[in-house]
Each structure stands twice: as structure tokens, then as C-alpha cells.
Design a protein around this ligand. Structure first.
Ligand SMILES: Cc1cc2nc3c(=O)[nH]c(=O)nc-3n(C[C@H](O)[C@H](O)[C@H](O)COP(=O)(O)O)c2cc1C
Length: 380
């Protein structure tokens, strides 16, 4: 059976042509070296993802400053010495005929260094993070711009600013985590200042024609958090600045553990309604939606209904790197689904171990574990 054609129509995006409507959204797997450099495990992984047939690979979040690293195994772009490794990644993705974007991030209150820099000292677990002084804010804005410049220099076709998952940009934007009384806190206009300064600095660094996307949090999924009344205002500001796309998501580390979130997260296309909502307010900006889009039929429905322009796959592609080829009918085998009740990849990265997928067959798992020097027994 041939796959639904709309999924395989090309899509123009800010001077680039995506060969179809499938994008890999960032998936941090803990594969980088402990000093944030790229290694063969990462290159092999991205080669496979790029060879999947997806049109666009947005690489996992990459650190813009030592203070913003989420783990020692997070790939880094905070110094020129990281450019050659990043260039290898971009080349690897390009060799498979796939467009490559680099996601840049500062994790703020979720950073692993002891001193966590944040807008306001709101506890993260047992840790009380440190409020950033105005000049530190300026330095982090510059760090985003410099990292974006390195991504461009490394040969990436674009960069994506991480404005999702409750990381630093969201920490400034959200009234839950920003209690400042200066120009960065209080009314919405002030809380948007830091994310917009980051966007402006990045655009100034890479040039207005270079594609800059944004991972966009539409809703925090917490009663006292961000909701579309406020996030739609930011969406309009981003459209005004000519952002290449918004990759819409919902939820943060503070909502992920809640029972309602866990239940909703198991449903097919669980974030698509938020994408549709944002698309209505920014009709000129391409919208990506991800979140358990397990079947080509769901993808087709989302595109035909105009809920989003591009289909994002993260764990779904990791579970079955042949998803796009199977969806197109080039490979006549059933799609291997990401198991909704399984959180193995997330659990592994949370404890600092490189992730693998429970859906991989036995041989693949064994080969992977041998490569990282772990036994089947220890990996459970
Ligand atoms: C283990 C793991 C790592 C992730 N890493 C990132 C990341 O680095 N940046 C990001 O924007 N989203 C990240 N995400 C979110 C995914 O891009 C995606 O939005 C989400 O997993 C839903 O899509 P899926 O059901 O196809 O996985 C991550 C998700 C998981 C489970």
C-alpha cells in the first residue's frame, strides 16, 4: 500500500526545500563524550536518523555555556574548539541528503553544575539556584548568539533556539519561575524580554536570511504556569521577527511527572491540538508538531486538517528508523511503535546512561550495549 502522498510533498522553508513533511525533533540520548565533544556513537546515530528518509534532522540540545549544561554528556557549542565535531555531524546528516539544524540551549535551573543560574531562586528539587544579575543575563544572550554562529560555521542549515521543556528561556517567560522586579520580570512584556533578546541576538549574529527556528512552549500544563493567552503573544512576536518555524510542544519537567501528563502523553498526537492553536495565530510561520505520531494516517490527518505543516518524530523515529520509508510504502513491513507505557530512553538519560530503545531487536540491543561496554543484566 502506498503511503499518503501529502506527507511526501516537498515543503519550502526560508530558502530551504524540505523533501517531505517529516522532521526529527531533538532527542537527547546522552551519547556525547563527557567533555561535550562528538564521538562515533553520535555520528552513527545521526547517520541512521538522517538515512531514515526524514527531510529535516534537528539535533539534540547543545550547550551554549558551561553553566547551562544539563549533563556531562550534552554536546557543546560554547567554544570554537567544538566546531570541528559539530561540522562532522552536519556533514554526516548532509551525506544522507537531509537538512540539518542545531538546537541551542541553556538549561538554567535544570543544569547539572552545582551553581545553577536562573531568573529567580525558585527551588529545583532540593537545590536553590542563584538569581542572575543583569550583566550575567547579557552574557548568556551573547552566548546563544555565539553558539548559533558556531552552528552556522559548522555547516548546519539552520539553528533552533530551545524555548521549550522549562529550560532557561521558559524560566524567564513563566510567572512560576520568574519573580524579578527589574525589566526582565513582572508583566508579560518584561517576561518575554529575555527570550526575544536571545532571538534578536541570534538573528543579528547569523543574518536575517539564515533560518532560525524556535522550540515553542504553548502551555506549561500547570495551573499557575504559562497558557496560550500569554504564549500566543510570544508566537506573534516571533513571527514578526521572521522565525523559520515554531516547533510546538507542551509541558515542562515540572509537569512531566504529574499523573494527568503521564496519561495524556501516552495518547497518539498528544500535542497536536496546541500546534493547531498556535498555527491559527501565526498563519505565515511553518509549524512542527511532535508527540506520539505513530502512524502515517495520523500524520496525514494532521497535515490535511491544517493543524501543522511538518510532522515531528523523536522517540517514534528512534524506535523505528525505517518509519518514513514504511510510511511511503518503499518498505513493506509494519512500523515498530514506540511503546506508550515504556520510558526506557528517558529513564536511561536521567541516570546519565546512553539511551537505547526497548523496541529494538535482541541483536541490535546486544550490539549497542557491547559498544558502550554494558551488559544486558546491568542495562535493565
Ligand atoms: C529522552 C528524550 C530526550 C529529548 N530531548 C529533547 C531535546 O534535546 N530538545 C527538545 O527540544 N526536545 C527533546 N525531547 C522532546 C522530543 O523532541 C519530542 O517533542 C517528544 O519526545 C515527543 O515526540 P515523540 O513522541 O516522537 O518522542 C526529548 C524527549 C525525550 C523522551
Amino acid at each position: 500500500m502506498r503511503g499518503p502522498p501529502i506527507l511526501f510533498t516537498p515543503f519550502p522553508m526560508k530558502g530551504l526545500t524540505l523533501k517531505n513533511r517529516i522532521a526529527m525533533t531533538p532527542l537527547y540520548l546522552g551519547y556525547a563524550n563527557p567533555d561535550g565533544t562528538v564521538n562515533s556513537l553520535m555520528l552513527e546515530h545521526y547517520r541512521e536518523m538522517a538515512a531514515s528518509g526524514a527531510a529535516l534532522i534537528v539535533m539534540e540540545h547543545t550547550g551554549v555555556a558551561p553553566s547551562g549544561l544539563g549533563s556531562p554528556f550534552m554536546v557543546r557549542a560554547d567554544h570554537d574548539r567544538y566546531v570541528p565535531g559539530l561540522a562532522k555531524l552536519a556533514q554526516t546528516i548532509h551525506q544522507e541528503g537531509t537538512v540539518a539544524f542545531l538546537q541551542i540551549n541553556h538549561t538554567g535551573r535544570y543544569a547539572f553544575p552545582q551553581e545553577r543560574l536562573v531568573p529567580s531562586p525558585v527551588k529545583a528539587g532540593d537545590v536553590v539556584p542563584r538569581e542572575m544579575a543583569a550583566e550575567e543575563i547579557g552574557r548568556i544572550v551573547e552566548a546563544f548568539a555565539a553558539a548559533a554562529g558556531r552552528g552556522k560555521e559548522a555547516g548546519f542549515d539552520g539553528v533552533e533556539i530551545h524555548g521549550g521543556t522549562g529550560y532557561l528561556l521558559v524560566q524567564f517567560f513563566s510567572p512560576r519561575t520568574n519573580h524579578r522586579t527589574d525589566a526582565y520580570g513582572g508583566p508579560l512584556e518584561n517576561r518575554m524580554r529575555f527570550p526575544l533578546q536571545v532571538v534578536d541576538a541570534v538573528l543579528a549574529k547569523v543574518g536575517a536570511n539564515y533560518p532560525v527556528g524556535y522550540r515553542f512552549l504553548a502551555d506549561e500544563w500547570l495551573p499557575d504556569g504559562l497558557h496560550p493567552e500569554e504564549t500566543t503573544v510570544l508566537a506573534r512576536e516571533l513571527e514578526r521577527r521572521g522565525i523559520a518555524y515554531l516547533s510546538v510542544m507542551a509541558g515542562t519537567y515540572d509537569s512531566f511527572p504529574l499523573p494527568e501528563y503521564i496519561q495524556r502523553e501516552r495518547e497518539e498526537a498528544y500535542m497536536a491540538s496546541f500546534a493547531g492553536l498556535i498555527k491559527e495565530v501565526v498563519p505565515h510561520t511553518p509549524i512542527i508538531t511532535a508527540g506520539r505520531i505513530q502512524t502515517p494516517e495520523t500524520a496525514k490527518r494532521i497535515l490535511e486538517e491544517g493543524t501543522a505543516d511538518l510532522i515531528g518524530l523523536a522517540r517514534v523515529l528512534f524506535a523505528d528508523p525505517l518509519w518514513p520509508k514504511k510510511a511511503e510504502g518503499r518498505l513493506k513491513k509494519p512500523i515498530v511503535k514506540c511503546e506508550p507505557s515504556c520510558a526506557l530512553c528517558s529513564k536511561r538519560v536521567m541516570i546519565g546512561k546512553p539511551a537505547f530503545c526497548s523496541q529494538w531487536d535482541k541483536d541490535r540491543k546486544e550490539t549497542f550495549l557491547a559498544k558502550i561496554g554494558e551488559s544486558q543484566e546491568k542495562a535493565k
